[in-house]
Design a protein around this ligand. Sequence first.
Ligand code: ATP
Ligand code: MG
Length: 181
Amino acid sequence: MAPDPQVKKKLGLVQVYTGNGKGKTTACLGLAFRASGRGLNVLMLQFLKPDKGYGEHIAADMIPNFTIVPMGADHMCGEVVSREEDIRLTKEGLAKAEEALTSGEYDLVILDEINNTMSFGLATPDDVIALLERRAPNTEVVLSGRGVPQKIIDYADLVTEMRLIKHPFDKGIGARKGIEY
Ligand code: ATP
Ligand code: MG
């Protein structure tokens, strides 16, 4: 289904989902679901996340105009990942993001956990802004993850902070299949 040109015409803003409460990646996935229903072409690049067959990867395979590309090392499961490896994968991710943003092929590009790459010092806010500046007209971009830098807040059109009030992690309940991944 091709998107309505009237719908596409209104896209092109920069959205940010940040904060320490749960819901950032979930918000991105909800948005992707809604946009794909409208026939928009959606790409989610996941920084700092491995190709582990999360629930969202399985679901995205069922939607032809929604693609998820995980692009990070596996920090979970006790694996040791060097800083060099994180820097290398982040650089590769930024190159992929640039390709996706400049091509005009996607209506919505979600850069999941990209805020963390900046808060971990793997990428600078200037690197990310340079990339956003080059986005094709009518390509909407979403940046998610904790600790978004002020420069990005200033640049964005929409910023929402998920504020932590309670999380089951604090009473020892770990990540659950179908809810967290
Ligand atoms: P989700 O993917 O569930 O929407 P998120 O994107 O807001 O969560 P991240 O910062 O990406 O959260 O955190 C990665 C993992 O940590 C997710 O599995 C998430 O559910 C979990 N998590 C989120 N908030 C907290 C918290 N306050 N304490 C512990 N774990 C959390
Ligand atoms: Mg997340």
